[in-house]
Design a protein around this ligand. Structure first.
Ligand code: SF4
Length: 347
């Protein structure tokens, strides 16, 4: 069995670690040839190979169903390409841009919405492309917030990250730098003192948004990694994707949200799964998602409530998708137990 000290990057390595059976190697190699595979030691340790329904395996171990395309699947599900004025920048909303600094990740999620764009060896922005992206941000004073994304920006070395953060912080109108990452959950040892220092910028706010989908991902080491960021003055939020067989039941979702709040990480987004190719088996319906949000609101603290959002295909942006508690004619409001109340009440 392969040691747990290195990232597993091929189906053969997954087989050596007993995460897939020998009979599945051939079909899963076809999946791996199409969509990248990487499972870090921290994630491999969380998978129970004896459980065919393991929710961690479902997120990271390739599945033959990924080769099936549904008619709804889209190569660029959230429409980044249409809003990219220069390489690496997505400028969809007036006051913020995405800066995609790198196209690699520490793990490759089976449901990834950018799965056609990310992978090992895909590289990141060249120095010239990064300079052009920074020039674009400098030239647009309405850009108040820059969201570092990818790939996972925290695959960059602390030194490179520091340079990017410092360059952004030097732009007067950029006040907030937001980093979207899976790294604290999948490789918590990467959240070193130097990496934490690299993320901080004088007189600018840095937020880290942790991508995590199941409460079992929040191990002691992961919680400690989050604490290192938060104790250094970096507020944390979370984003999760609603995934069939991973977190599509209220109890799992509720425990996940509570665990995050206990770690001082505020639940921010629950994404409806995007129409990424080969991911139909992981998607729920919107009605199921709304029912879960309704149950979450009924049973868990307000601190545990993320916004349930959908990225509208073709780049039309993110919208909250309910549930809605106000009646269509705006004369009644539903309470957390599903009872209707006239508003304003007739005295
Ligand atoms: S870490 Fe994010 S960008 Fe990378 S594979 Fe997972 S979902 Fe995609």
């Amino acid at each position: 069995m392969k040691s747990a000290s290195t990232t597993l990057r091929s189906v053969d390595e997954l087989c050596d670690r007993a995460l897939v059976t020998r009979e599945r190697i051939s079909e899963l190699s076809e999946v791996a040839a199409r969509y990248a595979v990487a499972i870090t030691p921290a994630v491999a340790d969380l998978i129970d190979p004896s459980d065919p329904l393991d929710p961690i395996a479902r997120q990271f171990v390739p599945d033959a169903r990924e080769l099936q395309q549904s008619p709804q699947d889209r190569h660029d599900p959230i429409g980044d390409d249409a809003f990219s004025p220069v390489e690496g920048v997505v400028h969809r909303y007036p006051d913020r841009v995405l800066l995609k600094v790198v196209n690699a990740c520490a793990v490759y999620c089976r449901f990834c919405f950018r799965r056609e764009m990310v992978g090992p060896g895909r590289g990141g922005l060249s120095p010239a492309a990064l300079a052009a992206a920074l020039d674009y941000i400098r030239a647009h004073p309405q850009i108040w917030e820059v969201i570092l994304s990818g790939g996972d920006p925290l695959v960059l070395s602390a030194r490179r990250l520091k340079d990017v953060v410092a360059s952004l912080a030097a732009i007067g109108h950029v006040k907030v730098i937001r980093v979207h990452t899976r790294m604290p959950a999948v490789a918590p040892e990467r959240i070193s003192a130097s990496l934490v220092r690299a993320l901080r910028a004088r007189e600018k706010a840095t937020f880290v948004v942790l991508h995590v989908n199941h409460p079992r991902e929040l191990t002691k080491k992961v919680r400690a990694a989050c604490a290192r960021l938060i104790d250094a003055g970096i507020p944390m939020l979370s984003q999760s994707v609603l995934l069939r067989g991973v977190n599509d039941d209220v109890e799992t979702l509720g425990v996940l949200m509570r665990s995050l709040v206990e770690c001082r990480v505020k639940p921010y987004y629950l994404h409806h799964a995007d129409l990424a190719p080969g991911t139909a088996h992981l998607r729920t319906t919107i009605a199921e998602g709304q029912a879960m949000m309704r149950a979450l609101r009924g049973h868990y603290s307000g601190l545990c409530q993320p916004a349930y959002v959908l990225d509208i295909p073709d780049g039309h942006g993110k919208s909250p998708i309910g549930p809605n508690y106000l009646s269509e004619d705006r004369t009644a409001v539903e309470d957390f137990q599903g009872r209707q109340h006239e508003y304003p009440p007739r005295t």
